[in-house]
Write a protein that binds this ligand. Sequence first.
Ligand code: MRU
Length: 350
Amino acid sequence: MTAQPSTSFDTLRWVGNRLEMLDQRLLPARVEYRSYDTAAAVAEGIRSMVVRGAPAIGCAAAYGVALAAQQLRNEPRAQAVAAMDAAFAQLAASRPTAVNLFWSLQRMRRIWEGCQEQDSVVIARRLLQEAQEILAEDIRINRSMGEHGATLLEDGARVLTHCNAGALATAGHGTALGVIRSAVASGKRISVLADETRPFLQGARLTAWELLQDGIAVTLITDNMAGHMMATSQVDAVVVGTDRVAANGDVANKIGTYMVAVLARRHDIPFYVACPLSTIDLNTPDGSGIPIEERSRDEVLGHGDVQWAATGVSVRNPAFDVTPAELVTALITERGVVRSPDRAKIAALF
Ligand code: MRU
């Protein structure tokens, strides 16, 4: 079964025998697609943030495996296995925090292991089918999360979000922004406060662009304005996405999310996390076990060609933080809303 995205752009798409990805590093200035024909190139596209956002990374990696399979030429089995192992390893090394990457690679590996005795054309077809299914399923899941989450937002709600958990971060519709899209589609008047999201500016560049494309009311603030907006009663709810939820409900998301969650609790504002089941990692008992990616110092020193920080200063750039489960009002999943998530409620989802 296929599902059409509800947005006017594709985050990633299969064209001919290649993967095309919207280059998110260039947004909002330029809308340009890049074309990929090897797993190594897709891994580099993920690492360098051409594509980003947990579910979109998972989809891209699945296509990376499909591209590797396309290059098999009925070579001896050992050689084919070595080539595919190398592709899986390159893709797995691209980014460490979003568990959707590993979830998707595991799913592709199961298919590969089930068909590796077959003709190379059959293998390539089977792996491409699975990648297509992962993408279509992601859109369906986002729609379903959107419907569950929309019930939590009142007509007129002013919703703060952090980073970009939209169509750009998924195959389409989005997780956190999917909840907002679905609420708007149901006739509710929703306005969004988008945190700028230092240092990579996913809020200013991507969330603002994406919501403007769809005509959803969006106002940009810098990250350090969130407390003031909450203290002056200008936020009714927070909705964010996530890169990995531990078995106890601790939530890893873009750096700065923890700060927003603490502020939301201080001001008695609900803090919702839109989370497909593919983002829940039952093998990680709590947030302390989630690997936090540390990115290049250049992202903090400035942006593009402009450096504003003092040359020679030492820099830290952890790209994610962990919000303890106790600060999460509810997880919004495709199977429904899980209030005050804990180990037992999360286990019951599977
Ligand atoms: O570094 P990024 O841009 O990949 O980080 C993305 C996020 O933190 C998103 O909030 C998360 O992946 C959820 S996307 C639906």
